[in-house]
Design a protein around this ligand. Structure first.
Ligand code: NDP
Length: 326
């Protein structure tokens, strides 16, 4: 028997609770992993609260990422005892995920755990840090350098936002953090932000072209914030869109694209190929100091998950929540 969060949807009653499951209930997969840590991402909040159509089949074990050790393997690539990491691939949405003590998955979805970090540190970074890295790499690919100008990071206190600030600052970029929690000024400055703006400046409908302010943007908020970010990006700049914390809508105009030649780069971490994942995690290993990870993360146990979700959905969590599943 093992512990897991289990989401059910019987007779129109959507419910998530800490449950005892039998290992024989695990879905098929060519590897079984004894999980050490998972984490809480915005998508896990949508899945557990039922506020977004994230879960595709029931019952479902949520948890879009985890680290752990292989205990059974029919894969040529991994052997018993290997430390592995999983981000995305529909785990916690279509396939039982990481908020459990065991998972059975397709070995193609795994990557070896980065050697620089402990299991806990790896999950402090988790899908949020990996996504922030992909977004920074998209800016770089489009030629945005520290000399290009300021970079706007929205949803600054969140997981993706916190890591985007830390990575950009380490690379020498000037970072403007947009947040609804300006009282977290010290935290954002410690991560490496150079200035902080109130997210209300960006969250209402605005003009299609505004004063040119940002050479690049990493946006985890969507909606009017993304539209205003595009409208105030400088000639030739790049906006990396990775999230929808404000909303899924995007009411913009073509003006910034055809008059300022800006690029809107979509960031998807879920279906990324193996090579991109390895590259992103290598960059994270090169760039992030272990001491920073303690600053960004808080640890909870599996039994705290359900009660923590409302805070996550209300945007009250700072940085990342790591879940010790054991
Ligand atoms: P978090 O919940 O950690 O952070 C979201 C942040 O967004 C909050 O901390 C808050 O920051 C801000 N925010 C919350 N509500 C609103 C609102 N109504 N209006 C404006 N800002 C708001 O989430 P994550 O960092 O884990 O994820 C951020 C987004 O990125 C999510 O939408 C998530 O689904 C998406 N994502 C996408 C991935 C991909 O592959 N594309 C992968 C990972 C995440 P503050 O208080 O500072 O304003």
């Amino acid at each position: 028997m093992f512990k897991a969060i289990l989401i059910s949807n019987d007779n129109q009653t959507y419910q998530a609770k800490l449950s005892q499951l039998n290992q024989t209930q695990l879905p098929s997969g060519d590897v079984t992993v004894k999980i050490s840590y998972s984490s809480l991402n915005y998508k896990d909040g949508l899945a557990i609260s039922g506020k977004g159509p994230v879960v595709r089949s029931f019952p479902m074990v949520p948890g879009i990422d985890f680290v752990g050790t292989i205990i059974q393997s029919q894969s040529a690539q991994y052997k018993v005892g290997d430390n592995v990491l999983l981000n995305g691939w529909g785990v916690g949405e279509r396939h039982w995920g990481g908020l459990a003590q065991f998972a059975s998955v397709d070995s193609q979805w795994l990557i070896p755990m980065p050697v620089k970090f402990t299991e806990k540190q790896t999950m402090a970074i988790g899908t949020a840090g990996y996504t922030a890295m992909l977004a920074v790499m998209a800016l770089e690919k489009n030629g945005i350098t520290p000399q290009s100008g300021k970079i706007l990071v929205t949803g600054a206190n969140g997981g993706v936002g916190s890591f985007a600030i830390a990575i950009l600052a380490k690379l020498g970029y000037q970072v403007t953090a947009s947040t609804g929690r300006v009282q977290e000024h010290d935290y954002l400055m410690q991560l490496g932000a150079n200035e902080i703006i109130d997210r209300n400046e960006l969250s209402s409908p605005g003009k299609p072209l505004q004063k040119e302010r940002w050479a690049g943007v990493i946006d985890s908020v969507g909606s009017h914030t993304l539209a205003n970010a595009c409208a105030s990006t400088i000639y030739g700049g790049t906006v990396a869109a990775c999230g929808l914390a404000q909303g899924m809508d995007f009411n913009s105009s073509v003006a910034p694209f055809i008059l300022r030649g800006i690029t809107l780069a979509g960031i998807d971490s879920v279906m990324r190929c193996y090579a991109d994942r390895i590259d992103a995690w290598q960059r994270l290993s090169d760039l992030l100091d272990s001491s920073l990870l303690d600053k960004i993360s808080t640890e909870i146990s599996l039994s705290d998950v359900i009660t923590t979700i409302p805070q996550l959905m209300q945007g009250k969590i700072r940085g990342r929540i790591i879940v010790d599943v054991n």
